[in-house]
Design a protein around this ligand. Structure first.
Ligand code: ADP
Ligand code: MG
Length: 357
């Protein structure tokens, strides 16, 4: 359905310098495929999506859609854009139009759908994304997650053959990521062809037929979710998919903002969907920070989560100390009883207590 051949994109900056963002991208995308594009930031993922629907015309190379070369001079781009929907990180809804008006605008104008039919289809789409009750409100009264679901409904209203998503959940509060991902999941089940740039690794693994790992302006590795996540060939892919999400705090005085830390930790648990770990983690963290290690400063506290293996760890490091700050064995036994493991280790920076949950 889409065939990309030797695609490259070089930006010319005003100072005369150039930046080659896409070097030599080649791929074939079949109808019904759900492809997640993952990779470090700045590697050209957004540029690739924007090139595919010619928002960012490539410097060289070709893009073929349904057997037509859309990069050919004079190709009528409106024809191709009708086949492709795009959902952006920042929703891009029309703020002065109601939800329903947002959805019917393009189909009425570009597909010349009669008013009744456009409205009826829009209501069906709103039901599909769970927002039928919001048809007559303005976007400003919606949450980020709801706005993004409207944006998805709006792109579907054009009956696209493929929908391109550019980090659809990156601008959302962590509590709202799930509702948007579940809408995308249901579209995948219906067989809609989608290209999704995302940082949500577990989602990518669950929903995709194929994964493109982009790195340094090329599709560095391409394979099924199993190949990319379980048996990556290249070390860069391996490092990326096994990356660890972290929150780190340097607590150097009693004036430290513990409340803000607690809020961020709560969001972290929600974002990585770890409800079973929350209570025990919170209990241990509070005991450690406010009781057992209260007198030790500076102290580095780190919460980390390895997405692929679902391993959660908390570590507490007291700088400049070479032996354990906790000398009472019953305290350590109490923690061991609640956690999977407790590791005490001296490091170059200080003494670390690592707790695996
Ligand atoms: P990603 O989506 O993987 O984070 P992008 O495709 O957004 O990466 O950007 C890749 C590189 O291209 C970045 O260094 C970015 O600054 C640069 N870039 C993107 N768009 C433009 C532009 N219009 N002009 C100049 N440089 C750009
Ligand atoms: Mg991007």
């Amino acid at each position: 359905m889409i065939s990309i051949k030797h695609l490259s994109k070089t930006f010319k900056n005003p100072g005369g310098t150039t930046l080659t963002v896409l070097k030599d991208v080649n791929c074939e995308i079949d109808k019904g495929e759900v492809i997640s594009i993952i990779g470090p930031s700045g590697t050209g993922k957004s540029t690739l999506l924007r090139a595919i629907n010619m928002l960012e015309p490539p410097t060289s190379g070709e893009i073929w859609v349904d057997g037509e070369n859309i990069t050919a001079k004079g190709y009528p781009l409106h024809k191709m854009r009708r086949k492709m929907g795009m959902v952006f990180q920042s929703f891009n809804l029309f703020e002065h139009m109601t939800v329903l008006e947002n959805i019917i605008y393009a189909p009425m104008k570009l597909l010349s759908l009669p008013d009744d039919q456009a409205k009826q289809e829009a209501m069906e789409l709103l039901r599909k994304v769970g927002l039928a009750q919001k048809a007559d409100v303005y976007p400003s009264s919606l949450s980020g997650g709801q706005k993004q679901r409207v944006a998805i409904a709006r792109s579907l209203a054009m009956h696209p053959e493929v929908v391109l998503f550019d980090e659809p959940t990156s601008a959302l509060d962590p509590t709202m990521v799930g509702e948007v991902l579940s809408v995308i999941r249901s579209l995948a089940k219906e067989g809609l062809t989608m290209l999704i740039v995302t940082h949500e690794m577990r989602f990518a693994r669950d929903v995709s037929t194929r994964i493109f790992f982009m790195n340094e302006g090329i599709i560095y590795e391409d394979g099924t979710p199993e190949q990319i996540f379980e048996h990556p060939v290249h070390s860069a892919t391996k490092a990326f998919v096994n990356r660890i999400q972290k929150l780190t705090y340097e607590i150097d005085s009693d004036a430290f903002d513990f409340l803000q830390m607690e809020t961020e930790i709560k969001q972290f648990w929600i974002k990585y969907n770890l409800p079973d770990k929350v209570d025990v983690a919170e209990e241990i963290a509070i005991d450690m920070l406010h009781k057992h290690l209260k007198a030790f400063r500076p102290l580095t506290f780190r919460l980390s989560y390895t997405e692929l293996s679902s391993e959660t760890a908390m570590d507490f490091m007291v700088e400049g100390l070479s032996s354990s700050p906790i000398t009472d064995p019953s305290v350590l036994d109490g923690i061991r009883a609640k956690a999977r493991a407790l590791i005490e280790e001296p490091t170059a920076k200080g003494f670390r207590i690592k707790i695996l949950l």
